[in-house]
Design a protein around this ligand. Structure first.
Ligand SMILES: Cc1ncc(COP(=O)(O)O)c(C=O)c1O
Length: 444
């Protein structure tokens, strides 16, 4: 294989059969489409190149490519921009995986972190700053070369032109009975599904999203996915959610049993596929029929060591003391945490004897905009680290935990209770409910 440019090596990724002894499905052949073997490392190489190409070709070495991305699209665009003598700027509401931030800096990206509503709430502003920024970038007078992955049809086209047809070709012209993909911008699932349906409308498409209030880097939760311009619920026969625990389990299976160096979303796709296909597999028993399913492995494992360490330290040879909010299930958090309604929390903070220490887990931007008077701001990632070292407060100090909508604080309240703190409560509905009830908030 000889190329004039690394961009020629994008696409034509392998389709690899998963050993049935690993997945346990008796009547279904399960294949992994290894998008992680694209030259920049992920499923986003194809759309990044297809979206950036018209900008890069007309740019004459001037300008800055810009994208709202904190992950693989940013990685691919940084490399593509660098090859063409251009700058790349990644705009994001928060870089949540430290290795990826460092890697982007190494690739020459500029990183602009903005407060964004989904992760970093500003209760005074009903408009998400990222949305404002998106609007400004889309202005025809903007000097930025904006690839616009959440709305750009070229994102979907890249997969309709490459990923989908490659799957059909590698299955000798057949369409798989199921296609399974995680949903981030929805570009890969939409593009592949379109092509497969053109060949055979009977194909069933399973879209996977992260479980509510859980985090799997690269994909969205069911609530967030509706904000994506390319997302069309009609693309999917079924949408199911996957927890971060399942994603890591799947990732470990692919790595340790199949030799596939998958990241968390590849693991989520594998685990979600096997879970979904089990019933259909059982129904096929005794019929003598065989079916085929394909899922996508989006990227590789190496960038997610801190993600794994936070959730499953024992996989990295460290002791798991159980002191992580991420390791609690929703049911455990609900059962073990005490939540307090806004009216009671107001009385407690005003008249309690002793008064509680109020810990605001939101980002510094959101805290600076408005917070409960007297509260301290410990952003949830930092709080997570603190808690890992043991209880960060005296047991004599009652604690009120607050986050944007009361989901994260409930997990931490459950965790601190488990760790032996006798009086920690989560503000029900979070700062949003506090604000909506007209309770006082102060600005920094
Ligand atoms: C690691 C990872 N997995 C899955 C996806 C989802 O792909 P898509 O944006 O095509 O929905 C992405 C998208 O950025 C990703 O980075």
């Amino acid at each position: 294989m000889r190329y004039d440019s690394i961009t020629e090596a994008i696409g034509n990724t392998p389709l690899v059969r998963i050993d049935p002894a690993v997945h346990g499905l008796r009547n279904i052949d399960l294949y992994a489409k290894l998008e992680m073997l694209n030259p920049f490392g992920s499923v986003k190489d194809r759309p990044a190149w297809h979206m950036a190409r018209p900008h890069l070709e007309g740019a004459d070495g001037e300008g800055t490519v810009v994208e709202l991305s904190s992950g693989n699209t940013a990685k691919a665009l940084a490399l593509l921009a660098g090859m063409h003598g251009l700058k790349f700027r990644s705009v994001t509401n928060r870089m949540r995986v430290p290795e990826i931030k460092e890697l982007l800096l190494l690739l020459g990206a500029e990183i602009e972190e903005l407060p964004g509503r989904s992760e970093c709430l500003d209760p005074t502003d009903t408009d998400d700053p990222l949305t404002h920024f998106h609007r400004a970038l889309s202005d025809p007078d903007s000097t930025y070369l904006h690839t616009d992955q959440y709305f750009n049809p070229r994102n979907t086209e890249a997969h309709a032109a490459g990923t989908g047809p490659e799957i059909v070709k590698d299955l000798d012209g057949r369409v798989p009975d199921w296609f399974i993909a995680c949903v981030g911008t929805a570009g890969s699932s939409t593009g592949v599904a379109r092509v497969l349906r053109e060949h055979d409308p009977a194909v069933r498409v399973l879209g996977l999203v992260a479980h509510k209030s859980d985090f799997i880097p690269g994909i969205r939760t069911i609530d967030e996915v509706h904000q994506v311009g390319l997302f069309d619920p009609g693309t999917y026969d079924t949408i199911e959610s996957v927890t971060s625990g399942e994603a890591i389990d799947g990732m470990v299976t692919l790595i340790r049993r199949c030799g596939l160096l998958s990241g968390p979303t590849g693991g989520a796709a594998y685990q979600g596929a096997v879970r979904h296909l089990q019933d259909a597999d059982a129904e096929l028993d005794g019929t003598g029929e065989r079916r085929t399913a394909v899922f996508i492995v989006c990227d590789r494992a190496e960038s997610y060591l801190s993600y794994v360490r936070r959730r499953r330290p024992e996989l990295l040879g460290q002791v798991n003391r159980g002191h992580t909010a991420a390791s609690l299930t929703d049911a455990e958090a609900q059962a073990e945490a005490r939540a307090i309604a806004v009216a009671d929390a107001r009385r407690w903070t005003a008249e309690g004897d002793p008064r509680p220490l109020v810990v605001d887990l939101r980002s510094p931007h959101a805290y600076a905009a408005l917070h409960i008077e007297g509260s301290v701001n410990i952003v949830d990632e930092v709080f997570d680290e603190l808690v890992r070292g043991g209880l960060p407060f005296s047991k004599r100090t009652p604690v009120l935990l607050a986050c944007p909508v009361g989901e994260k604080s409930l997990r931490y309240a459950a965790l601190l209770t488990r760790m032996g703190h006798p009086d920690v409560r989560s503000l029900a509905g979070g700062i949003v409910a506090w604000r909506d009830a007209g309770a006082p908030l102060v600005r920094e």
